[in-house]
Design a protein around this ligand. Structure first.
Ligand code: ADP
Length: 329
């Protein structure tokens, strides 16, 4: 629960966990500098929960986060840690938290990282979450750090593919990341001017025959190239490209952007949210909040209860897709 406590906060830990996301460094920087500003000791934990269990810990000072806001990835490194799925691993992580004398553990990561934090909170850890994933697929918050950079990278790739598809009068099928969610796909589809977007949440399933029909219709009205976006959660990109080429005779190329979208210097939007959420995370700890997460909703930063936020629902606005179709004529 979001209980209050009187105790003076002396020392906190910070780690990045799960999939990396551009902007994580800006969040680390904000946590470290806000803590130091208020005379709170801060330790950085390397490689997520693996580094907590393995004791890969170092004191962090303001100068340790100089020149990092502009960098993609995470200076603390990240990892997936299967040991956290076991009682022994969780007990060990909680024990190390206590040995280190931490008053809170700030975890910058996605929903898997939050699940780990929820488990640790049952073992006496004060877990504070900062949402970071390029996929945007976290409940309780409209924004997750890394999304904007990933979408811009995807859009840039679409721009480039548009040039070459146009020159050769080809069809490009581009697979973007997003795990089981279509947020990156619909944003890339809209902002890159795609004709069709295939994403997991679609009301009405778009199969290959519908895509092919759309391509043929667009060619008949004079379009010389085609751009189709496929979400990672739908997959089958190579197969779809092959089928389009076989049925229509139009040269079709598949491009899977993959981890390209994880990297790169974070955009201003990601730096802003990461900086503000990192700051508010430390302020929440100082105010005595326990087991909470940072969120951004309706233009405001919020502090939500960790467990409650994990139960919330978030849905992709299907109207974006409807508009993409209107604008693709
Ligand atoms: P993300 O945080 O990007 O969603 P993952 O889903 O891989 O990434 O989760 C990151 C890490 O969080 C996992 O490697 C694991 O250590 C921990 N974790 C995930 N789910 C749980 C769980 N149910 N219980 C305990 N720890 C978990």
């Amino acid at each position: 629960m979001t209980g209050m406590k009187e105790k003076k906060i002396r020392k906190i830990g910070v780690l990045t966990s799960g999939g990396d996301a551009p902007g994580m460094n800006a969040a680390i920087r904000a946590v470290v500098r806000t803590a130091r500003y208020y005379d709170i000791d801060v330790v950085g934990i390397r490689k997520g929960y693996a580094g907590l269990i393995g004791g890969e810990i170092k004191e962090m000072y303001s100068k340790d986060v100089s020149n990092v806001m502009n960098l993609g990835g995470t200076i603390l490194h990240t990892a997936r840690c299967p040991e956290m799925m076991t009682e022994e691993g969780l007990d060990k992580a909680a024990a190390i938290y206590k040995i280190l004398g931490l008053d809170a553990l700030v975890v910058i990561g996605g929903d898997g990282s939050y699940r780990g934090l929820a488990e640790l909170s049952k073992r006496g850890v004060n877990g504070i979450g900062i949402p970071a994933t390029i996929d945007l697929d976290m409940c309780g918050t409209e924004y997750t750090i890394g999304f904007d950079t990933a979408v811009n990278t995807g859009m840039d790739a679409l721009n480039k593919l548009r040039d070459t598809s146009n020159s050769h009068e080809r069809c490009s099928v581009v697979e973007v990341m997003g795990r089981d969610a279509g947020y990156i796909a619909v944003w890339c589809g809209m902002c890159g001017g795609a004709e069709e977007v295939m994403f997991p949440e679609e009301k009405e399933v778009i199969d290959s025959s519908k895509v092919i029909q759309q391509i043929l219709e667009n060619r008949s009205i004079g379009k010389r190239h085609n751009l189709i976006v496929v979400a990672e959660g739908v997959g089958g990109t190579q197969k779809l490209a092959k089928e389009i080429q076989e049925v229509t005779g139009i040269q079709t190329r598949a491009t899977i952007l993959g981890h390209l979208q994880r990297g790169g210097s974070p955009t201003a939007t990601d730096r802003m949210h990461a900086s503000m959420m990192g700051y508010y995370a430390v302020k929440a700890i100082m105010e005595g909040k326990q087991n909470v997460v940072m969120a951004y909703n309706s233009g405001k930063y919020e502090v939500l209860d960790l467990l409650e936020s994990m139960e919330m629902k978030k849905t992709l606005d299907q109207e974006i897709y409807d508009v993409i179709k209107v604008l693709a004529i």
